[in-house]
Every structure is written in C-alpha cells, then in structure tokens.
Ligand binder design. Structure first.
Ligand code: TXA
Ligand code: MG
Length: 320
C-alpha cells in the first residue's frame, strides 16, 4: 500500500461498506470513520487511535430522517435543535436503539449523533448508505486534526484511506448536548454556544467538565489531559520573575502585550471564530523538537471562547 493512503469519495464509500476505517473531513475536525453498525469496524477505530473502549463514539448521519435508525424516544427538543443547528457542529445525546453496538457507546444506553455540514462528509455518508461512527482522527489524547496532512502524520500507516477536504472551517470539536436527563445539559462546549442552545430550548445546564480521578466519567472522554502536544504548552499567567526557556514560542490573541513577541497570532483583530479555526493548526505546527515551550495568550471565556478555554486548559501543563 502507498502512504499516505489518499482516497476519493467513492473509494472511501466502498472501503467503509467493506468494514474498513477511513479519515474524512468535517467542518469541525477530521474524523476517523467506520460503519456504526459493524462491531469489527468499530474495533478497528479504537485500535488505530489507541483509544480505550470506555470512550464512546459519535455517529454521523446525512439526513435528519436517519435519526430514527439510531435513536429512540426522540424528544421534540431534539427536532427543534436539529432544525436550528443541523447540519453543523452540534452533537445530540439520545437514547440508543439496539442496532447500535455496545462498543460504539461504551455500553451506555445513549448514543451521540451528529449531522455534519461539510459537503464531502455528507457525500461519503450518503454514498456509503450507512451511519458512520467517527471520533476525531488523531491518536488518543493528542491534538485533533484540522487538515488531511495532520491526519497523515498521526495515522497514515494504520488506516485504509484519507479523504482530503481541505482545512476545517470551524476548527474545534462539536458542541455536545445531552437530552437524556431532566434538563438539557451541555457536555462539551463548541461553536454552538450555551446561549445558542438556550435560545432554542430555554434553560440549559452546563456540565462541569473536569474528570475526577478514580471515578467513572459521566461524559466519557472528558479527560483532564486531552489535546496535549508533545512540546509542553502553558495556558495561564507567567509568574513574575520566571525565566522562560530559550526556545519559547507564543501563540498570541489580538494585540495584547506578552512576555515575548508573538510567534503567530490567532486573530490580530481578536475575532474568536477566526481564532478557533486556527488554534489546532498552530498547535500542530509548533509541536516541533526545536521548541521548549508553547505559551498561549488568554482568550475571553465567552461564546465560542468557552470551547477554546476548555481545550487549552486540558492541553496546558499545570505549572511552569
Ligand atoms: O466534531 C466532532 O464532534 C468530531 C467530528 C469528527 O465529528 N468528533 C469528535 O469525536 O470530536 P471524539 O470521539 O473525539 O469525541 C466524542 C466524545 C466522547 O469523548 C464523549 O465525551 C462524547 O463524545 N460522547 C459520545 N457518546 C456519548 C454518550 N453516549 N454520552 C455522553 N457522551 C458521549
Ligand atoms: Mg477526540
């Protein structure tokens, strides 16, 4: 086989129907897709990513009508959200149908469902004719890929194909909202902000996302140490008098002053959406042995900035 295994939409659809796993573009991050109904394909996803099976997968559809193939007892609130924000960067947790294997949901009675807006993702799901389970196409705990090259660097020799759909426009993983409890609850912040959920549903709860060591994870996969580059990344104020290592680089946001000049800027104008689309690409680019430390400027914890703060806090070393 030649590496990286670049594939077309039709080749990808054939491979997926055959039980293989293929990386596909979505508007959030690249996903590592497999047939959501096929436990062997799901096992290949976990193996390629070295992901523990207690971390459940998101199932991707290309039509709201497909929701009933996967989920049951679907509340009206799910259809209201679907109408407002699908296709797009939103995942809804719903009670699962028996046809979804336990491996997909880590034996939870619920399933995560998303209808992505990326036209290539939609074309692949439609041509394959099956819902596709797809976690982000990176090794477990590493930074999610926002280009096909990022996928190739981590997974090229472990998977059957990669479809190149260009850089992801959103740049962070989907917002996840659970509709299985008494109150709709945001489990992971993303481009669909709590305010946007509240606009459709009224009041929503936000789950505090830090995991408690030694206890079962209520929303699996929300580990404290996700999204870490190999080069230590620090998100926080540099203590006064601290001497930065010689090869420190800085990811700036806006035009605020920092301890060293900006190496790259997420958005010179302080635009949060632009910053979101660039963050992971900068984290991949600066994750080189030439550097000793990556510093990131503070980003306001509002709107989509909540997603950036969530990911950066997990990516950050706790102390300089
Ligand atoms: O934007 C995205 O969501 C991307 C693209 C590829 O669609 N996918 C993604 O998948 O970020 P992943 O595997 O990296 O994150 C899935 C997370 C799990 O770690 C878990 O926190 C949550 O979704 N999840 C999945 N099923 C769940 C369930 N039944 N109940 C609660 N949380 C669930
Ligand atoms: Mg992931």
């Amino acid at each position: 086989m030649k590496f990286p295994p670049w594939t077309s939409v039709s080749e990808a659809a054939c491979l997926l129907k055959d039980g293989e796993v293929v990386a596909i573009p979505t508007e959030t991050v690249y996903g590592l897709a497999g047939n959501a109904f096929d436990p062997k394909a799901l096992a290949k996803i976990f193996a390629a990513k070295e992901r523990p099976t207690f971390d459940p997968l998101i199932v991707h559809i290309a039509d709201i009508a497909q929701l009933t193939d996967i989920a049951k007892d679907i509340p009206d609130s799910a259809y209201k959200l679907a109408e407002a924000y699908w296709p797009g960067p939103m995942t809804i947790i719903l009670p699962k149908k028996d046809c979804i294997p336990d491996l997909c949901t880590s034996a939870l009675p619920s399933v995560a469902v998303r209808f992505p807006s990326h036209p290539v993702a939609q074309a692949i799901i439609k041509e394959a004719g099956i819902p596709l389970a797809a976690p982000s196409a990176n090794l477990f705990k590493h930074v999610s890929p926002t280009t096909a090259e990022h996928v190739a660097a981590q997974l090229a020799d472990r998977i059957a194909g990669i479809v190149d759909g260009g850089p992801c426009s959103v740049g962070v993983e989907s917002s996840i909202i659970s509709l299985t409890g008494e109150k709709p609850t945001v489990l992971r912040p993303g481009a669909i902000t709590p305010e946007m959920f509240a606009k459709v549903l009224g009041d929503v709860a936000i789950k505090e996302s830090t995991s408690k060591p030694g206890q079962p994870m209520l929303a699996p996969g929300q580990c404290d140490t996700h999204y870490r580059p190999q080069v230590p990344l620090y998100y926080g104020e540099v203590p006064a008098g601290y001497t930065l290592p010689e090869h420190t680089v800085r990811i700036a946001f806006g035009l605020q002053a920092g301890p060293i000049p900006a190496t790259v800027n997420l958005s010179a104008t302080g635009d949060m959406v632009e910053a979101t689309s660039k963050l992971y690409a900068f984290m991949h680019d600066l994750d080189k042995p030439d550097y000793d430390l990556i510093l990131v400027d503070p980003i306001p914890n509002v709107g989509v900035g909540m997603a950036l703060n969530d990911r950066l806090k997990r990516a950050s070393i706790k102390k300089l």
